[in-house]
Design a protein around this ligand. Structure first.
Ligand code: HPA
Length: 275
């Protein structure tokens, strides 16, 4: 475990050398949500594979990168590309970018993702504020020896997704005319989409949306004491609800469509942080 923390500290030092002092906000972009990067002013970037100890892999085979820049007058570290369990990576590798972002200076972590709706009222293109999550991946990034200097052995997960940020986001969305749902996100391992029985099971467990990311990063970020905000972009109704097979390109298309609203929403959340 200490070796992992050494890798994290090396990553944070590398970012400091290349990008200067770390910003307060680490913003993770999910599949197809790269459009948010176009709203980033004055950006400087490093590729994942330049950072010591990092795995370079993202869904589409493009190099992931970290960009530092400004959104709505707030400096952010934008993480474009994620490490997923379904690619064969460990939980520690999945959460490494977020841990490095926090070690580099982030106090707030905004996690975005593409998700399938379990809640039948949700439509493709909707955004959902994550109220809480179910970690259904079967793994936890805090497994193994704990480094007490970095976080508690048994961190509390009440109000994991900051209720103040959620309330602000809902209020701002209403003013901006953005449809913003609120609900419980279930994180699964993937890469197969859900079977009809799995969708029924999740509906019975009060899940509103399902996806293949976010939950491990949220746990790791909370462990390190960061404030967390989670936003899902609903890209489809979960497989059995609509009765036709799901395709990844469709998921990406709807994510791209929701990017505009997402950037306006994130800008409004960041703006409110400053005040
Ligand atoms: N299931 C799991 N992950 C997803 C989905 C889905 O329906 N859509 C986007 N990511």
């Amino acid at each position: 475990m200490n070796e992992e923390w050494n890798t994290i500290d090396r990553g944070a030092r590398f970012l400091k050398e290349r990008l200067g002092t770390g910003p307060d906000v680490h913003l993770v972009l999910g599949s197809g949500l790269g459009g948010v990067a176009h709203g980033l002013e004055d950006s400087r970037s490093v590729r994942f594979d330049e950072i010591p100890g990092w795995t370079n892999s993202t869904v589409d085979g493009h190099a992931g990168e970290l960009r530092r820049g400004w959104i709505a007058g707030v400096e952010v570290l934008l993480q474009m590309g994620r490490i997923h369990l379904y690619e064969g990576h460990t939980a520690a590798q999945v959460v490494r970018p977020v841990r490095v972002g926090i070690a580099y200076g982030a106090k707030t972590v905004i996690l975005t993702n593409a998700a399938g709706a379990i809640n039948e009222a949700f439509r493709a293109g909707d955004l959902m504020m994550i109220e809480d999550h179910l970690n259904l991946t079967g793994v936890n990034p805090l497994t193994g020896p704990n480094n007490d200097g970095r976080g508690e052995r048994f961190p509390d997960m009440t109000n994991l997704y900051c209720s103040k940020l959620r309330a602000t986001a809902l209020d701002r969305a209403a003013h901006l005319g953005i449809v913003l749902r609120s609900g419980v996100y279930a994180g699964v391992n993937g890469p197969s989409y859900e079977t009809p029985s799995e969708v029924r099971m999740m509906a019975g467990m009060s899940v509103d949306a399902v996806g293949m990311s976010t939950v491990l990063e949220a746990i790791a970020a909370r462990h390190m004491g960061a404030r967390i905000c989670g936003i899902s972009c609903i890209t489809n109704q979960a497989a059995s609800i609509r009765g036709v097979p799901l395709r990844h390109d469709e998921v990406k298309m709807f994510a791209a469509k929701a990017s505009d609203d997402l950037i306006r929403l994130i800008a409004a959340i960041l703006d409110s942080q400053e005040g």
